[in-house]
Ligand binder design. Structure first.
Ligand code: TRP
Length: 333
């Protein structure tokens, strides 16, 4: 008789380099919470990645702890998943160095994110920015992850992680699981409220362009009222109606309603009513998350216990992979 199938391993991470937005949540982390029963989920705050851009120390520490509590409030359950802070698990930096030696300069030079980021920060094109993808490969490969939920902007990095894994396996013997991308069924790509052709981003200079998960209800309502739409004054999903499409995506994401249902609901109504409804639905959806965040962030001792214990669990798993790798390369045991 077949034994019960082993749960697949999912790995994902987010940089704690600013406030987490509604886009991060609807596009990825809402779904990550839902995956916890079906998969073995391992999640990390990629703070080592975050220092490829200069961080102000006090703010960086604050953002990391805020992101930890906030993602727990969004549904990451440390009883079911492992959720840790990358810099607290030293195997990541160690394997990243090793993988750097199995990654070609040419490969890293082709990464579009590196090209974009170095164009944006010409004053600080550091080596970490360049080798960022080998650290990301280390994150994934240390846990023998089979599935990695990534947005479009990280696909190229995941592809490189696969190539590095295959190369290493080929030079030695099968060592790393070659990870696949995981495309969520409800793949919401949330755009800027001010320029709906661009992704909603926490690093946008204009705070009206994004909803932060901890924004106050008044701010949320105001930002939706100012959201860019079009001049047709008809709530329908169609090409060229990026602003309305985006608001429909958000409304659908927080209410579970289909686009057909949304079009019917707002038949004959203007954008004013629609924006108010979207704002209110977002406020209501975020309310319990914000309440849970408030509770969690008061309990510093509990949070600390969570991230410490989870770092230990992550270390135990990742060390098994790192030891194998080092042995195969020929480091003295
Ligand atoms: N680079 C990812 C981002 O900026 C974050 C990240 C780091 C990640 N390590 C990862 C994502 C491993 C998936 C798997 O969004």
């Amino acid at each position: 008789m077949e034994t019960a199938e082993r749960k697949k391993i999912i790995f994902s991470a987010i940089q704690p380099s600013g406030t987490i937005t509604l886009g991060n949540y609807l596009g990825a982390w809402k779904n990550c919470a839902a995956l916890q029963d079906e998969y073995n989920c391992i999640y990390a705050l990629a703070d080592l990645h975050a220092i490829t851009v200069r961080q102000e120390p006090a703010k960086f520490r604050h953002n990391t702890l805020e992101a930890y509590a906030l993602l727990m409030a969004c549904g990451i359950d440390v009883e079911k998943s492992i959720f840790f802070i990358q810099s607290q698990v030293h195997t990541h930096a160690e394997l990243a160095w090793i993988l750097n030696c199995y990654t070609q300069f040419g490969e890293l030079s082709r990464m579009t994110q590196f090209k974009d980021k170095s164009a944006k920060h010409p004053e600080n094109i550091n080596a970490g920015l360049f080798t960022y993808p080998s650290l990301m490969a280390a994150d994934i490969l240390l846990y023998q992850a089979e599935l990695v939920p990534v947005g479009a902007d990280q696909k190229q990095h995941l592809e490189l992680a696969r190539n590095i894994a295959e190369r290493f396996n080929g030079v030695y013997s099968p060592t790393f699981t070659v990870p696949d991308g995981y495309i969520p069924k409800t793949n919401a790509r949330i755009m800027s409220l001010q320029d709906p052709t661009r992704k909603m981003s926490k690093s946008d200079e204009n705070a009206n362009a994004y909803i932060a998960m901890l924004d106050k209800p008044d701010d949320i309502m105001r930002k939706f009222k100012r959201a860019v739409t079009d001049s047709e004054a008809c709530v329908r999903y169609a090409e060229g109606k990026d602003g309305v499409n985006n608001l429909m995506g958000i409304y659908s994401g927080v209410t579970g309603k289909s686009f057909d249902e949304i079009e019917k609901e707002f038949e004959g109504k203007g954008y004013g009513d629609f924006k108010t409804a979207v704002g209110e639905a977002v406020v209501e959806h975020l309310r319990p998350i914000q309440e849970r965040y408030e509770q969690l962030s008061k309990d510093k001792a509990y949070l600390e216990r969570c991230y410490r214990e989870n770092a230990e669990k992550a270390l135990a798993i990742s060390q098994r992979t790192l030891r194998k790798v080092m042995k195969k390369i020929g480091f003295v045991q």
